[in-house]
Design a protein around this ligand. Structure first.
Ligand code: ADP
Ligand code: MG
Length: 348
């Protein structure tokens, strides 16, 4: 897993900027009729086709958002796309196009960027996305990746963060906390590797949580599932910073409070066993872990029968009046005021 690769390497200089862009993008095909012009002109051209367009951007910086010592470049490319698609699905929209901008230092050979783009291409093919442009430049140190995703949907289908109403049910997709714990395992193994490079880690007990960290999947299936079930959420957000932080966003923007139940949080068995091993509280991990890229949404209580028993969806609580605050009900049936503990990129 931690390798010192010394293979044939092609310097980026030898290709030049235009040669590099062409080399990296020529194998991407166009999948959507709304993509009128992709890579190759001053702008890409997208037809809105009577829909509303949604646009989102994320910037990822080496050493801040990713660590190449345990993040293979192909996974990094894939995850960089997922982070953006997740925001599009959180609007209940379909993601269709991305632009990819990169800045790289001369430490990276062409082969490294090929790996990165292999991951981007896998994401594009799996999620039916057109790569329509970007920018390529050099950096003095490290790698930066900025991806913009564009999606669309009918005006009446868009879901904002601000529509939750008291008595609405709070629903999460999938399970929580895996990505954070996967990172803890990878960080630990990195320390071990730095002391003894010949020690290859045995990660069998952590496959699921490491996959959640290195190869997250955005919930493309959820907008479709909701449509099939005849549900339009009253509010929705993706879980990138941690459940607690996302609950605060929905409550603040909807001017409500909420009550969530510790006993209802969906946790994978590997999350529970790894929490025990690391001696951390699984509820804390579910609330503050981040990077799960699941969706959090609210629905009228009258829609409960439509989601009951669905293995993808878990009701974790309900919306309350704003004056009730944002509350966690513990196993001991105590009510605790939650704090927004999302991952904050400005803390030291
Ligand atoms: P400009 O000088 O107009 O900024 P560029 O030479 O930077 O144009 O880019 C040429 C074309 O290649 C444009 O369509 C641009 O969107 C696309 N492009 C540039 N860099 C990338 C990249 N890293 N990934 C995908 N497309 C790119
Ligand atoms: Mg440019």
């Amino acid at each position: 897993m931690f390798e010192n690769k010394e293979q044939n390497k092609t310097s980026l200089e030898s290709l030049g900027e235009f040669g590099l862009i062409d080399h990296l993008t020529k194998h991407f095909d166009i999948k959507h009729s709304s993509t009128l012009k992709g890579v190759g002109d001053d702008c890409a051209v997208i037809s809105a086709e009577d829909n509303e367009l949604v646009v989102t951007t994320d910037l990822l910086i080496e050493g801040v958002h990713f660590d190449l010592s345990y993040m293979p470049l192909k996974h990094l490319g894939y995850k960089s796309v997922m982070v953006n698609l997740s925001d599009v699905y959180a609007m209940n929209a379909e993601a269709k196009q991305i632009t990819v901008s990169i800045a790289v230092s001369n430490r990276f050979p062409l082969e490294a960027l090929e790996e990165l783009y292999a991951g981007i291409q896998l994401a594009c093919n799996t999620y039916n996305i057109d790569l329509i442009g970007g920018d390529t430049t050099s950096s003095t140190k490290g790698m930066l990746i900025s991806i913009t995703a564009i999606g669309s949907t009918k005006k009446e289908d868009i879901v904002y963060r601000n529509g939750a109403k008291p008595t609405d049910l709070i629903v999460v997709t999938g399970d929580l906390g895996g990505a954070y714990l996967g990172l803890q395992v990878l960080e630990r193994e990195k320390q071990v590797f730095q002391v003894n490079p010949n020690n290859q880690p045995d990660l069998d007990a952590y496959t699921y949580i490491i996959e959640r960290q290195l190869k997250p999947e955005a919930r493309k299936d959820i907008p479709k599932l909701l449509k099939d079930l005849g549900i339009k959420p009253t509010a929705m957000i993706d879980i990138s910073d941690g459940l607690s932080s996302e609950l605060f966003h929905i409550c603040k923007q909807s001017k409500t409070g909420c009550k969530v139940y510790e006993t209802k949080f969906p946790l994978d068995p590997q999350v529970i066993s790894t929490c025990e091993e690391f001696n951390i509280d699984s509820t804390m991990v579910a609330l503050s872990g981040g990077e799960d890229y699941e969706l959090l949404f609210t629905i009228p209580i009258s829609d409960f029968d439509k989601i009951k028993g669905n293995p993808n969806l878990t009701v974790i609580g309900h919306i309350t009046e704003e004056s009730q605050g944002v509350k966690l009900v513990t196993r001991a049936d105590e009510e605790i005021e939650l704090k927004a503990q999302g991952w904050n990129s400005f803390k030291e």
